[in-house]
Write a protein that binds this ligand. Structure first.
Ligand SMILES: C[S@@+](CC[C@H](N)C(=O)[O-])C[C@H]1O[C@@H](n2cnc3c(N)ncnc32)[C@H](O)[C@@H]1O
Length: 269
């Protein structure tokens, strides 16, 4: 069935919806991108206008379809050892100060397919070994979380992983798994993934962290959403804990009690 081109009015409806659901601000320039990403869902349901799909979603009767739409409209680009200065800082400055009496905990908030969380887990396996530490990865997209939990990646995703870590922590698949690698069980078992929508209040049970990584997601948020998300996260950071954002992001205009340690790295008093 032919699908009618998305109209500006239809695009505006989806812009408002994804803002309401995920805090994501889609600029007007994203109209073609949005239409392309949702097209297969229209086909799936035999709809020929975006209005039909919008009505189905906005009706709220099908939570699964809402999740599929959120999965399709989020941008999940990530890779191992992305922005490596943050990991250098973790090893050189954060780990030596940790209190060995506590379980050392890091949160990869907006973890996408898990590369950021596993990067830290490889580092901690190497540097802290069997002592008490854990990593929590979360995202709004259940599709990326399922991939993250598997810890199974195509071989060409391994760029950036130091050769000794590749050897120790990224065993290559054989036979049917040829061309892939799996994060080693000793690393994987320290990482847990769960869905967290950062624009909603966060459950207390998530607990306290020594470091929170919030990288490359605030670029999709306006000031109001940034403020909300940061305010939700900071109660989960221990006093003296570190808050780390992406290199192209800023907390300018966001009110926080944090002090700046160096660009993109902050500390809670
Ligand atoms: C570009 S990825 C960043 C991945 C990783 N932190 C990095 O820097 O490589 C952004 C992620 O933020 C997630 N995201 C977007 N809005 C969110 C929200 N409201 N709550 C939680 N995660 C969200 C997306 O699903 C996506 O996986």
């Amino acid at each position: 069935m032919d699908i009618a081109q998305i109209t500006r009015e239809e695009f505006t409806l989806f812009q408002r919806l994804i803002y309401k659901l995920a805090g994501i601000s889609m600029s007007d320039a994203k109209q073609t991108l949005l239409a392309g990403r949702l097209q297969k869902r229209l086909r799936h349901h035999n709809f020929h206008t975006y209005t039909q799909y919008y009505r189905m979603i906005a009706g709220g009767q099908d939570p699964q379809e809402i999740q599929i739409m959120v999965d399709l409209l989020t941008t999940n680009e990530t890779y191992f050892f992305r922005e490596p200065k943050h990991f250098d800082f973790l090893v050189s400055d954060v780990l030596p100060q940790r209190n060995p009496a506590n379980t050392f905990r890091i949160w990869s908030a907006a973890s996408s397919t898990g590369e950021e969380a596993y990067t830290m887990a490889m580092l901690l396996t190497d540097k802290l070994g069997k002592s008490a530490w854990e990593i929590f990865g979360s995202d709004i997209s259940t599709q990326v979380l399922a991939k993250a939990a598997r810890g199974h990646y195509p071989l060409d995703r391994n760029e950036g992983i130091p050769p000794n870590y590749l050897k120790k922590y990224c065993p290559r698949g054989v036979r049917a798994q040829e061309g892939t690698f799996l994060i080693a069980p000793e690393v994987r078992e320290r990482v847990r993934f769960n869905q967290v929508n950062l624009t909603l209040p966060i459950a207390r049970e998530v607990g306290l962290f020594d470091v929170i990584f919030l990288r490359n997601v605030m670029i999709y948020f306006d000031m109001e959403t940034k403020q909300k998300v940061v305010s939700h996260l900071l109660p989960h950071l221990r006093p003296g804990g570190y808050f780390i954002i992406g290199h192209s992001e800023t907390l300018n205009g966001v009110t926080t009690p944090l002090s700046s340690v160096r660009p993109t790295i902050y500390r809670k008093p």
